[in-house]
Design a protein around this ligand. Structure first.
Ligand code: GRF
Length: 192
């Protein structure tokens, strides 16, 4: 059985989508752990209710201890795939090097548009609406040491309507994220 480790910073609805997809037998894997960037987030509650071990990774990515602790947790949870599902801290280079081509991220825009530093959460959707874009979407990509710059695996488009606000657009995109992310994970893991 393949192991997945999920990293999250928020409510964890994408984490839930992965849990549900495994439950339905669509992804042939098991989630060996959750890395949370801070205490009290929704993703931790979801981990607890599904008996998935979690670890709160506090501190800054530039701290040596951050990388050390993270690497030791990952060694214990032995991931075949690491999934960043709304994780807001930078992944240290030592981790991206150790797990080359084994880390994926979901980003709520059609990368390379609206990606990179400062483009996260509602800020992404606000920028899309402010620019008068007629379409947006979400992207799953491999993670390397540069923010949102790894190879794109798959994208899903959504139409931006005239009356969309950043909040309504976020909802539309999130709905697609919940389908795209489990599909890509299944594609990567099921055939190996
Ligand atoms: C998603 O839009 C994800 O793409 C972004 O942060 C949001 C996380 O939502 N990076 P959730 O925690 O999975 O509910």
């Amino acid at each position: 059985m393949k192991n997945i480790v999920v990293f999250a910073s928020g409510s964890g609805s994408n984490f839930q989508a992965i849990i549900d997809s495994i439950g339905k037998g669509e992804i042939e894997a098991h989630i060996s752990g959750l890395i949370a960037s801070r205490p009290g987030i929704g993703a931790i509650e979801r981990a607890k209710s599904h008996n998935i071990p979690h670890y709160v990774l506090s501190g800054e990515p530039s701290d040596t201890s951050f990388t050390k602790v993270l690497i030791s947790k990952l060694k214990a949870w032995n991931p075949d795939l690491i999934v960043l599902a709304g994780f807001l801290k930078k992944i240290p280079a030592e981790v991206t090097e150790t797990y080359q081509n084994k880390i994926i991220n979901i980003h709520p825009s059609l990368l390379p548009k609206y990606g990179g530093k400062g483009f996260y959460g509602i800020k992404v959707h606000k920028a899309v609406v402010d620019a008068g874009e007629t379409e947006s979407g979400c992207t799953v990509h491999y993670v390397n040491e540069l923010y949102d710059k790894g190879d794109i695996i798959r994208q899903q488009r959504v139409t931006v309507s005239d009356d969309d606000t950043p909040e309504t657009l976020a909802q539309k995109v999130l709905k697609e994220e919940h389908k795209l992310l489990p599909n890509v994970i299944a594609e990567i893991l099921n055939n190996k």
